[in-house]
Design a protein around this ligand. Structure first.
Ligand code: NAD
Length: 278
C-alpha cells in the first residue's frame, strides 16, 4: 500500500484529497473497472462530468466497493448545454441518479461560456443546491479571473475550487495567485500534459532517473508541492498505481527551479473565452 494522500481544506471547511482520479475519455463501459482499480489503489477523489458520459460507470464502481461512501469524494460537472437556472437543477438531478448517490461532494460549472452570458444565473442554481443540502461544495472549472470577479460582485458564495488546465508548461501563475488571495483552491486538469510530449522532456526524464521515479511521478509531485489538487487519468492499472505512489519523496529547490524553466505558456486546450461547444 502506498503512503496516504494528504487533504487540503476547501473554503467551507470540507477536506478534499489532494490527488484524485480523472475519468475524461475513459469509455463508459471501462469506467467501473478503472474506478474500482483506482479505489483499490487508494484514490478517494473521483473526477467525472456529465459531458464525459461515464457517470453511470462511476456509480457502478461506488455500488460495488467496500469503501464507505463518506470516505469517497465525488466531483461532477454541469454539461455546457444545461446552463441556466432550471436547466442546471434538472441536470444535477440526473447526475445524482446516474451516480446512485444522495448527496454529491462537489458540483462544478464545466465551462463559463461567456458568449451566452448565463454563468451568473447558473451559479445561483448551484448556490440553491448547496442551501438545499444536495451538494456539499460548489465550484467552477475553466473560469478566468474576470469570470470569478463577476461571481464575486453579483453572487453570494465564493467558489470552493476552480479546476483549470495546469501543468509545468502552463502553470497558471496569475490565476493561482488570484485563487490564493480569494480562498479558492486550484485543481489541475491535464496535469501530465495529456501525453503530448511533456513526459519525454529530457529535463524531466533526467530528474526522474536520478530519483528512481517515473516522469509522471515527478510531474505529479510538482503539482502537490505547488499546492494544487491534481487528478491524473489513466486506464492502465500499473499507471493508476504509479500515479498515486508519490507521497514518499520530495523535489528539492533545484528540481522546482527546473520546473520553472519548463514554463513556456503552452495551453493544450481551448481558451475559456472562446470555447462555445454545447
Ligand atoms: P492527463 O494529463 O491526466 O493525461 C492523461 C494521459 O496521460 C493518459 O491518457 C495516459 O496516456 C497518460 N498517462 C497517465 N498516467 C501515466 C503514467 N504514469 N505514465 C505515462 N503516461 C501516463 O490529462 P487529462 O485526462 O486530460 O486530465 C486529467 C483529468 O482532468 C481528466 O481525466 C478529467 O477528469 C479532468 N479534465 C477536466 C477538464 C475540464 O475542462 N475541466 C478538461 C480535461 C480534463
Amino acid at each position: 500500500m502506498t503512503n496516504p494522500v494528504p487533504s487540503l481544506t476547501l473554503n467551507n471547511g470540507i477536506p478534499i484529497p489532494q490527488l484524485g482520479f480523472g475519468v475524461f475519455l475513459v469509455p463508459p463501459d471501462e469506467t467501473a473497472t478503472a474506478v474500482t482499480t483506482a479505489l483499490e489503489a487508494g484514490y478517494r477523489l473521483i473526477d467525472t462530468a456529465q459531458g464525459y458520459r461515464n457517470e453511470k460507470g462511476v456509480g457502478d464502481a461506488l455500488a460495488q466497493t467496500d469503501v464507505p461512501r463518506d470516505e469517497i469524494f465525488i466531483t461532477t460537472k454541469l454539461v455546457n448545454g444545461q446552463h441556466g437556472h432550471d436547466e442546471a437543477l434538472a441536470a444535477f438531478d440526473d447526475s445524482l441518479e446516474r451516480l446512485g448517490i444522495e448527496v454529491l461532494d462537489l458540483f462544478l460549472i464545466h465551462w463559463p461560456l461567456p458568449m451566452f452570458d448565463l454563468y451568473v444565473e447558473t451559479w445561483r442554481a448551484l448556490e440553491q443546491l448547496l442551501a438545499d443540502g444536495r451538494v456539499r461544495s460548489i465550484g467552477v472549472s475553466n473560469f478566468e479571473i474576470e469570470h470569478l470577479e463577476r461571481l464575486a460582485n453579483e453572487t453570494d458564495i465564493t467558489p470552493a475550487l476552480n479546476q483549470v488546465e495546469l501543468h509545468p508548461e502552463f502553470p497558471q501563475e496569475e490565476l493561482r495567485a488570484y485563487h490564493e488571495s480569494h480562498g479558492i483552491l486550484t485543481e489541475s486538469w491535464g496535469p501530465l500534459g495529456q501525453s503530448r510530449g511533456l513526459l519525454d522532456d529530457a529535463r524531466i526524464v533526467e530528474m526522474a532517473e536520478k530519483k528512481r521515479r517515473t516522469p509522471a511521478q515527478v510531474v505529479l509531485r510538482w503539482h502537490i508541492q505547488v499546492g494544487n489538487v491534481v487528478i491524473p487519468k489513466s486506464v492502465t492499472p500499473h499507471r493508476i498505481r504509479e500515479n498515486i505512489d508519490i507521497f514518499d519523496f520530495e523535489l528539492d529547490e533545484t528540481d522546482m527551479e527546473t520546473f520553472t524553466e519548463l514554463n513556456v505558456g503552452r495551453r493544450l486546450g481551448p481558451h475559456p473565452n472562446e470555447f462555445d461547444l454545447v
